[in-house]
Design a protein around this ligand. Structure first.
Ligand SMILES: Nc1nc2c(ncn2[C@@H]2O[C@H](COP(=O)(O)OP(=O)(O)OP(=O)(O)O)[C@@H](O)[C@H]2O)c(=O)[nH]1
Length: 582
């Protein structure tokens, strides 16, 4: 069925071709099939001669009509494969629906009731998708007829569908079929009598729509009802008035229904010979093995007619046949009722299975949703956690970095990058304490640049800064990693050299002095300046491990160096001390 639906578009494009005579014949055949069987046969013969001119869609259409004809003739063995081919391969939903309707009819007539009701169930699911009026009409008709069976007892539902059919098919033909089915359902449900206006209205509607076969079916039903209601004379009049028209239909059920209804009418009027004659006429039309209801009715009439005439043996023989037909009819009704219930149960159980499956799927879906939601939440939580951790790590790094920067700034001189005065004193005191304990000597050098004021005055303060930076760098290059260098203020530096004797200290101080005096500094203005320095040296072993005292001695030596003409190192001596103190 899915393949069928997929192919629908391809079909609708090719359907619009043809306003050719072939297309007209196909339409005429559709109308004649349920209304004028001889004409239907004639058109089909005509189409057969032009079969090679048919498009693929027209060919499927022709095959459908051909199968309908074969089924009407009772050749179900040939009709059914064609109908199945249309359902499975035509790719045309309206044709498939019509083929299903024909198959339902065939299955029902062949007493394969389970297949008929199962197919009807499939057909009902397909019907809402179909717009084609002919397919709707044929499909709905079969569904209603199946529901209307006495053994099924769904007359109200059938009535409801018949009314829906009238609403869906506004054409005169649609109204005729809808009204005919509506009338039949009401009749079966006991809601209609032969004098109900709706009966005659339905007949008139079909006649006006040119649907004489439907009108005949209704008139045959009306005559039967008249007989049941005790109006046999009216039934006879009606039946004689339509007799020639019924003969022209060449439709066996009608051909057999007319004489058997006449037979019942004459019997009820007490005319046994005529009743007998018409009953035999009906049997002659259907044959003695027909599945049609007319056979049982004919045997019943024959039994009663013979009995009335005192022909007891013949009456008994017909009674036996009537009883056999009645048993068969009851068995048949049981089979129909059982088939309907079987399919209904199958449908219900499939529906329940589908619902259960749907619920399971829903639960599964909910579980999956919950799991994925939980997964999402946990992913989100992890991401948030990571973000928080990353934030804290970065914040800690930043804090640590800032702390280090501030600590460096608190301990160093921003211009020369040497220790500032305070930190130099802290570090120097701590080192001297350790050295004192270890009885290791250390020297303190106080260095002051010579005539630095001139540099500022000559080249500007910025140039002076540059010279100060370079001087600190030059001094630093001459020191070891453990030596301490600090800017004591202005152009004055302090250098603590641990593990150093007086001679070694003098050597280091001279090396520094020499480096300064021989290293020219190139200013931004590309002017080169050389700045010398004077250095005063004092050593702990000779002076004191107390920084304050050591500084005094080194300062005194520096003072002496300046006094001596600058650019020199003076080691603290008793003279320098006394000079300073004096
Ligand atoms: N550019 C600059 N100059 C500074 C800085 N600190 C102090 N000075 C200057 O250094 C000069 C020191 O001058 P003085 O104390 O007279 O000493 P001097 O000119 O070096 O002479 P002597 O020490 O006697 O050789 C002053 O002009 C201060 O302004 C500084 O950070 N940058």
């Amino acid at each position: 069925m899915a393949a069928l639906l997929l192919c629908m578009d391809a079909r609708s494009s090719t359907r619009s071709i043809a306003n050719s005579p072939v297309e007209a014949w196909l339409t005429q055949a559709d109308n004649a099939w349920s209304n004028d069987i001889p004409r239907f046969r004639g058109i089909l013969a005509q189409l057969q001669q032009h079969e090679d001119q048919l498009t693929s869609v027209q060919r499927w259409h022709f095959r459908l009509l051909d199968a309908q004809l074969l089924a009407d003739k009772g050749d179900y063995a040939k009709a059914e494969p064609i109908l199945y081919a249309i359902i499975n391969h035509s790719g045309d939903l309206p044709f498939s629906v019509r083929a299903m309707a024909a198959l339902i009819r065939d299955k029902f007539l062949n007493r394969d009731y389970v297949s008929a009701y199962a197919l009807a169930n499939t057909l009902m699911a397909e019907l809402p998708k179909v717009d084609d009026p002919q397919a709707r009409l044929e499909g709905m008709q079969e569904v209603i007829l199946l529901l209307d069976q006495n053994a099924v007892g769904q007359h109200d539902l059938a009535l409801d569908y018949a009314r829906q059919m009238k609403a869906l098919l506004p054409s005169a033909k649609g109204q005729c079929y809808g009204s005919a089915l509506e009338t039949q359902s009401m009749l079966y449900a006991g809601k209609l009598t032969s004098t109900s206006p709706a009966f005659q209205a339905a007949i008139d509607g079909c006649l006006a729509a040119g649907q004489s076969l439907q009108a005949d079916a209704l008139r045959l039903d009306l005559a039967y009802e008249m007989v049941d209601e005790g109006h046999a004379d009216r039934a006879i009049a009606l039946l004689h008035s339509i007799a020639s028209e019924i003969q022209g239909t060449e439709y066996t059920p009608y051909l057999a229904s007319l004489p058997v209804t006449l037979a019942r009418a004459y019997l009820s009027l007490g005319d046994a010979p005529r009743a007998r004659k018409f009953a035999l006429d009906s049997i002659a039309i259907t044959g003695p093995d027909s599945p049609l209801w007319t056979l049982q009715a004919a045997y019943e009439v024959l039994y009663q007619a013979e009995k009335k005439q005192g022909h007891d043996a013949a009456a008994l023989a017909y009674y036996e046949k009537y009883a056999a037909q009645e048993t068969a009819a009851m068995d048949n009704a049981k089979a129909i009722g059982l088939a309907y219930q079987t399919v209904r149960q199958q449908v219900l159980s499939e529906k329940m299975k589908a619902e259960a499956l749907g619920k399971e799927n829903k639960i599964l879906q909910l579980r999956q949703d919950l799991a994925s939601q939980a997964q999402k939440s946990s992913r989100l939580f992890n991401a948030l956690l990571l973000a928080v951790i990353a934030f804290f790590v970065l914040a800690m790094l930043w804090l640590w970095h800032s702390w280090r920067r501030f600590r460096w700034m608190a301990r160093h001189d921003g211009l020369t990058r040497a220790y500032n005065r305070e930190h130099f004193f802290v570090e120097a005191r701590r080192t001297l304490r350790q050295l004192h304990k270890a009885r290791v000597d250390a020297c303190l050098v106080v260095l002051d640049l010579d005539h630095f004021k001139r540099v500022n005055d000559t080249h500007g303060h910025a140039a002076g800064d540059q010279v100060l930076r370079s001087a600190a760098m030059i001094v630093g290059r001459e020191l070891r990693p453990n030596d301490l260098l600090g800017r004591l203020g202005g152009e004055e530096f302090g250098i603590l050299i641990p593990g150093c004797s007086r001679d070694q200290g003098l050597e280091v101080a001279n090396r520094i002095r020499n480096a300064l005096a021989t290293t020219p500094v190139t200013l931004d203005s590309q002017v080169t300046v050389v700045v010398s320095a004077s250095l005063g040296l004092a050593c702990a072993a000779n002076s004191s491990y107390m920084l304050r005292l050591l500084l005094i001695d080194a300062d005194a030596a520096l003072y002496q160096a300046k006094e001596n003409g600058r650019n020199q190192v003076v080691v603290d001596t008793s003279e320098t001390k006394s000079m300073l103190h004096s």
